[in-house]
Design a protein around this ligand. Structure first.
Ligand code: ADP
Ligand code: MG
Length: 474
């Protein structure tokens, strides 16, 4: 089967993909899936088989192992044929976003044999950088000016000790990934020959496990230790595991000693990372640590102006002000609201965007902001205690029987994922450390994936507050 454009399959695939993405309630997972799906170069359909071409072997095997079944079901939903099959292949014309030469150096392009017959050179599985994530597109404000300055410092002096590593932390949807990739995009522009690698902590871990299983540990090491810029996103997902942390520690040291730049992001400060060994934490703290906070009104408005600059039809100022005024939790929600206004302008170009029209159009965003922000941790504890037939005192106690740990951690999870309460505030309301809260949240997150009963209990509790699973603030 040759690799050509097949419009109809592409449409079917796009619809199936959208359905699948809409089933993912965790933004972290959605982000991860989206990044892998971005490596798709084309889609073919023949004899009931959808063949999906991607840019690299790693993506192909990851998508195959983790998502084949689910994507297949979604394809069956939207395709006119009842049963379909799905196959992931590495595209022969693929050109990864950033090609990182690996040992041994590849033969010069002009003398290399045709790709199809050559053994594909092993590429570092850098995930593609979003070209929109640049410094130009990043709006500076009080909430992020230090982090921005630090990121620009890295670009001027990559690898220099004051900025190495750069660790950016802050809540979801506040621009960490954007800023990190801006560093990558800018350095790549300045010097296309640099070895640049961007990946999530989870992918890094997967790579390591694969290397371990296939006995390729040496090439794994070589590959990462020759990076000029290594960006690891969402390090809060690094798992406990001595062996991997040891490996990470060594890679980290090797890069630092060679004055190669490391940038990391996380939703918490290094000292609150739940499962990271202390020696790694002190390494993370050894360079520059900067936080991004929630933007204030002026910054929210400036971000909306920037995002709507090129929109056709244009979005009137009063609509931007309305969004900046009502949606405060994070930039991603603001973007969703802006997009809805844009679509409305496209189809209803003559209806004036009065406050009434906007309130009606964005009512679910507004409701969510209200209900989520007004929820207190105490209300959540009460509601969860009632549902599990335990007392508030038991929830707050240190007793560790499973019948108490579950409601306790569930209350932590709801407080963290469904309200805009800060981590210190939540920790205080539970009388626990930040790390304990994060551990509890993570534990519930894992269990929700495999315990449908727990998920339905969570939904019940949320319903009481007029929310549902999809209102997760991630
Ligand atoms: P995080 O990684 O912190 O969860 P992202 O970097 O994914 O957040 O940002 C979410 C969205 O908000 C992105 O589309 C990003 O471009 C946008 N965004 C966040 N902060 C800013 C900012 N200061 N200026 C412009 N866009 C921003
Ligand atoms: Mg991110």
């Amino acid at each position: 089967m040759s690799e050509t454009i097949d419009i109809k399959s592409k449409e079917t695939w796009e619809r199936a993909k959208q359905i699948y993405l809409s089933t993912l309630s965790s933004a972290a997972e959605r982000g991860q899936v989206e990044r892998y799906l971005e490596t798709i170069t084309s889609v073919m359909h023949e004899n009931g088989v959808f063949v999906i071409f991607v840019t690299n072997d790693y993506s192909a095997s990851f998508l195959r192992d983790k998502y084949s079944d689910k994507l297949k079901k979604c394809l069956e939903l939207v395709s006119s044929e009842g049963k379909v099959d799905i196959e992931f292949r590495t595209s022969e014309r693929a050109k990864p976003a950033i090609v990182v030469p690996s040992e041994p150096p590849p033969v010069a392009a002009s003398v290399s044999p045709p790709r199809a017959h050559a053994k594909a050179p092993p590429l570092a599985s850098t995930m593609p950088l979003n070209e929109e994530y640049t410094f130009d597109n990043f709006v500076s404000g009080k909430s992020n000016s230090w982090a921005l300055a630090a990121a620009q410092g890295v670009v001027s002096n990559p690898g220099k000790s004051g900025y190495n590593p750069l660790f950016i932390h802050g809540g979801t949807g506040l621009g960490k990934t954007h800023l990190m990739q801006a560093i990558g995009n800018e350095l790549k522009k300045k010097n296309p020959a640099l070895n640049i690698c961007y990946l999530t902590a989870e992918t890094f871990l997967n790579e390591y496990v694969n290397a371990l299983q296939n006995g390729n540990l040496e090439s794994f090491r070589k590959r990462y230790r020759k990076m000029d810029l290594l960006m690891v996103d969402d390090v809060q997902f690094l798992q406990k595991g001595r062996q991997f942390q040891e490996e990470f520690f060594n890679t980290f040291n090797a890069l630092q000693q060679a004055q190669r730049q490391i940038v990391m992001t996380s939703d918490v400060a290094p000292k609150n990372l739940p499962s990271i060994e202390t020696r790694l934490i002190s390494r993370f703290e050894g360079g520059m640590v900067q936080e991004i906070e929630s933007p204030n009104y002026e910054t929210r408005l400036a971000i909306l102006k920037k995002k709507s600059e090129a929109m056709v039809p244009s979005i009137p100022d009063n609509a931007l002000e309305f969004i900046a005024d009502t949606i405060k939790s994070h930039v991603r929600a603001m973007e969703g609201a802006l997009n809805r206004v844009r679509i409305f302008r496209m189809v209803e170009s003559t209806t004036p965007l009065t406050n009434d029209v906007l309130t009606h159009m964005l009512r679910d965003y507004i409701e969510k902001e209200k209900s989520l922000r007004s929820l207190t941790v105490e209300e959540i504890q009460q509601s969860v205690a009632k549902r599990f037939h335990v007392s508030i005192d038991q929830i707050l106690s240190a007793e560790r029987t499973q019948s108490l740990v579950t409601p306790r951690q569930m209350a932590m999870y709801i407080s963290r994922k469904y309200t805009t309460r800060s981590l210190p505030e939540i920790a205080q309301s539970f009388g626990k450390t930040h790390a304990t809260i994060l551990h509890g949240v993570k534990n519930i997150e894992k269990r929700l994936d495999v315990e449908p009963d727990l998920k339905s209990i969570l939904n019940e509790v949320l319903n009481e507050f007029g929310c549902s699973l999809k209102d997760n603030l991630d």
